[in-house]
Design a protein around this ligand. Sequence first.
Ligand code: SAM
Ligand code: SF4
Length: 329
Amino acid sequence: MLTDTYGRVATDLRVSLTDRCNLRCTYCMPEEGLQWLAKPDLLTDDEIVRMVGIAVHELGVTDVRFTGGEPLLRPGLVGIVERCAALEPRPRLSLTTNGIGLRRTADALRAAGLDRVNVSLDTLRPEVFHTLTRRDRHHDVVAGLAAAADAGLTPVKINTVLMRGVNDDEAPDLLAWAVERGYELRFIEQMPLDAQHGWQRTDMVTADEILDRLRTRFTLTTEGETVRGSAPAERWLVDGGPATVGVIGSVTRPFCRACDRTRLTADGQVRNCLFAREESDLRGPLRSGADDERMAELWRAAMWGKKAGSGLDDPAFLQPDRPMSAIGG
Ligand code: SAM
Ligand code: SF4
């Protein structure tokens, strides 16, 4: 198992399939994009499947989420999903995507064995979408969401980041829209993981503010199955349910004590935390012929040193060198 010195066990693996993206969300990367990883540095499809296999067979990982950058840009995605779905025991497989291209790929992904998707959508207004992402692709994301639901990639979850003065007036509208369509909305507090290092705590729309805004239109209650557990999202029943809304307060309501994550970057580095400043190179040993047992040992060692918390509240906090898009969000 992947345990650490605080007794946490990582069973949820995030795999970044690429650091590239076709959007330029302002809270993630600059308009001109980033220096992308060179192709030889990326794990190949075979290497990714092997790493996921080691995680599942040797290390007790039960859930695998593909992310990026934009994972739909990875040419071999459907094949990777299919091969991971064939692992025994079969892990639950999900994908975090900006939704562009999902209309074309949702059926194939479902057929390959993908269980669910999280689609990121921050606004219902196309012009605000352009301000936030610097691209005119709002329609594609909305169509991608519908295609995911039609393909049975359910429950379809939506990830929303609110930016002050841009889309923070939309929280109740977004929730009404999502509930009407059967999507599960989750708001994520903006984190200091942007490539430009422009995050300011005072600008961040906090979990409390989000809840206050939602309560102007909805009754939110915490009952029954909305218990948080190791899930980062605190969930509320909307107007008595069954619809729910989640708020991921990574900054103001951290869930580090219950964290069950381990991460693999597109270039084969294991990270034990989104905010870690160290990574463990597993691509080198993988390419030098290490067997599964040795790889598992290195992965365990990488997780053992996981810190107690993100360190966000420490005045000496330093952002990791790599931004969210390169780590895998
Ligand atoms: N491109 C895909 C997408 O946007 O869903 C997958 C990668 S993206 C980095 C994963 C999630 O991280 C998205 O929901 C995005 O909104 C969120 N995200 C990116 N930068 C963030 C930041 N600085 N703070 C909070 N969430 C962020
Ligand atoms: Fe791309 Fe996702 Fe970052 Fe937006 S949040 S720029 S869609 S990687």
